[in-house]
Ligand binder design. Structure first.
Ligand code: SF4
Length: 303
């Protein structure tokens, strides 16, 4: 059995887990290619106009896989922590994809409701049921997948540059170099290192979130807010670029919360959609990096 996995949305975080789990059960894995212009065009063709860019790209990736595999894994992440939720677009991902794209093979669409052991096993039993109903084999595959997943989080932590910028935002914007126009390479070429939220301790994120009047109930909103505020306070980077999806409701709130908290710490929002022009993005990135370099020079002269 060939299971197709689209390289979109939370793929960069959970691909080790998903790939290992289904391979351990005996399935063959077919991963979609990296995002490219053709995949984006396919996604734009199938997806509703109002959706964000990562959703459109996910459509393109699923469409690429549809005639090449026996089933496609469409992870329906609803909640990965108790009493916290993922964006509503994730909850409806299956319905949207299956209604928008014709002639899809069967979809592996078991919801991920929480990452507790019990709930994960429920997910594994249902999702793995398309390959085998042998529960001990499923339990063993889940165990191996969880072990391999540990320590496989993505993340950038450049140390060899005099200045650093933290990239904050959805992982699918940060780790998809097509979506973000290879911002890491651009910054490195400007002599600036890149760090990401993975360098921030979970305890620091939670501590900053706990100071809010009301804790956001979106897991990602908490992560982005807590990591950006911690980075500004600890000076773990010299500035922050927030990679935001155009029309993302979570981003619109989190950006306001961050800006209210970090004062004059250098902060730039780069909005991304299928119309974002590379020349415009380059100009803004260069202007932001020039400003950071100037601040650094002034700081050195004053000290
Ligand atoms: S959180 Fe924002 S960017 Fe992510 S899928 Fe939802 S709307 Fe799109």
């Amino acid at each position: 059995m060939i299971i197709g996995i689209p390289q979109g949305l939370l793929y960069s975080k959970y691909h080790t887990f998903a790939t290992t789990f289904f391979e351990e059960l005996g399935a063959e894995i077919l991963v979609s290619p990296d995002t490219n212009k053709q995949i984006l065009d396919e996604g734009v063709h199938f997806c509703v106009d109002e959706a964000c860019l990562p959703m459109k790209i996910f459509h393109g990736l699923a469409a690429w896989l549809r005639d090449k595999c026996d089933a496609i894994l469409i992870p329906r992440f609803i909640s990965i922590a108790e009493r916290e939720y993922i964006c509503p677009m994730f909850c409806g991902l299956i319905e949207v994809v299956s209604n928008d794209i014709p002639q899809l093979p069967p979809l592996i669409d078991t919801p991920v409701l929480s990452l507790s052991d019990e709930k994960l096993f429920e997910w594994a039993r249902s999702a793995g049921g398309c390959v085998t109903h042998n529960e001990s084999k499923i339990a063993a595959a889940l165990d191996t997948a969880l072990q391999k997943q540990r320590g496989s989080d993505p993340g950038f932590y450049d140390t060899e540059y005099p200045l650093k910028i933290a990239l904050v935002g959805h992982m699918y914007n940060i780790y998809d170099s097509f979506i973000n126009m290879d911002i890491k390479k651009k910054l490195n070429q400007l002599g600036i290192g890149v760090v990401t939220a993975e360098c921030v301790d979970r305890a620091d994120i939670e501590s900053e979130v706990a100071k809010l009047f009301k804790k956001p109930f979106w897991t990602f909103a908490q992560e982005f807010y807590g990591s950006a505020v911690t980075i500004s306070k600890t000076q773990a980077a010299d500035g922050i670029i927030y990679l935001s999806s155009f029309s993302c409701g979570i981003d619109s709130i989190v950006i306001e919360l961050i800006q209210n908290e970090i004062g004059d710490f250098p902060f730039m929002v780069l909005k991304l959609d299928e119309h974002t022009g590379e020349a415009g993005a380059d100009t803004r990135i260069e202007a932001f990096s020039d400003m950071l370099k100037r601040r650094c020079r002034i700081g050195r002269n004053l000290s």
